[in-house]
Design a protein around this ligand. Sequence first.
Ligand SMILES: NC(=O)c1ccc[n+]([C@@H]2O[C@H](COP(=O)([O-])OP(=O)(O)OC[C@H]3O[C@@H](n4cnc5c(N)ncnc54)[C@H](O)[C@@H]3O)[C@@H](O)[C@H]2O)c1
Length: 329
Amino acid sequence: MDNRQIKPIQVGVVGLGLMGSSIVVSLLASGYPVIALAPVPGEKEKAAKHIGDLLRHANGAGILPKGISSCVDALKLVEDYQQLADCRVVLECVVENQEIKRRVYEQIADSVDNSAVIASNTSAIPISELQRLVPNPGRFLGIHWAEPAYMTRFLEVTCGQDTDLQVAEYIVSLGLRWGKEPTLLKKDIRGFITNRLMYAVYREALSLVEAGHTTLTDADKAFRYDAGAWVTLMGIFRRMSFMGLEDSLNTFKRLFSQLNNREDVPAIMQQLVANEAKGIHNRSGLYTYTEENAKKWEAAFAQFNRDIYELASRYNERQLPLTRKEHIL
Ligand SMILES: NC(=O)c1ccc[n+]([C@@H]2O[C@H](COP(=O)([O-])OP(=O)(O)OC[C@H]3O[C@@H](n4cnc5c(N)ncnc54)[C@H](O)[C@@H]3O)[C@@H](O)[C@H]2O)c1
């Protein structure tokens, strides 16, 4: 069926911080009506302003086909959970704290129909654990977005042990209609897919820096100018078909035993966090920033998001089909 013929369902977003607001804008941009719930007293006004700023940014990037006012018409900002009653899918985006999430689920479940899907944007809490906190675990799963949600195609759908696979597949199809390139993780493994990939890289890079083999800046440079030169077009396995499989195999043989396999967290990270470094947000951390430099980086990142979104859409997977054989693994 043509996706455009399907009437958009009502979606709820609970928690309007960094990610929640950005997810609201992504849903509105794809034509979905949204009930956005501010769970903390006083957050509604702040969120309204923030979502307005993001809508202007999205509009400037040309990704609001119907313009800002139709998005505003499709948005209802609320504080009362009962207003979620008609939502078919509710996305929880509150702080990464299981007890807070539990209280939020209780209120969502009291307000929506038993057949509604409840999803968490958690980065690290196992979906199988969160699923125990809702009355209908079969209709609970992880929907993990990347920031800024309205300018990225990433969407990781994760099943917990009790998630109904048909519900997960429905969410994947919904993700396509939200303009994403969803992936489905049928088993709830710690860190899902992206975090496992990225944290393996972090462990290696931090260990190289800690051992004095390279600097942080050079590790960043190597990653940026190597992976950065192809990663928007292809993933790591597609890259291998261009590099040569035999070469890759030989490198695996030589390198796997040399890679870091530590379980402790490198001291450099522990010290920074103990000293309350928050990176660009408080201008201190692995890099230091002057006010002027931080503003330049923030502006560059906003512009880059627009550019890369546009670039990725020129090479999307409908033009470059994902033909593959999966019988080997
Ligand atoms: N920041 C990212 O890039 C990112 C990426 C992927 C997933 N996530 C996940 O998304 C979720 C939200 O992250 P964020 O970065 O938007 O956080 P945030 O701190 O910007 O916002 C968290 C929101 O939680 C809500 N909240 C705070 N205290 C609460 C309470 N006591 N009761 C109910 N609600 C409360 C508020 O609405 C607040 O705005 C987390 O689970 C996080 O792991 C974040």
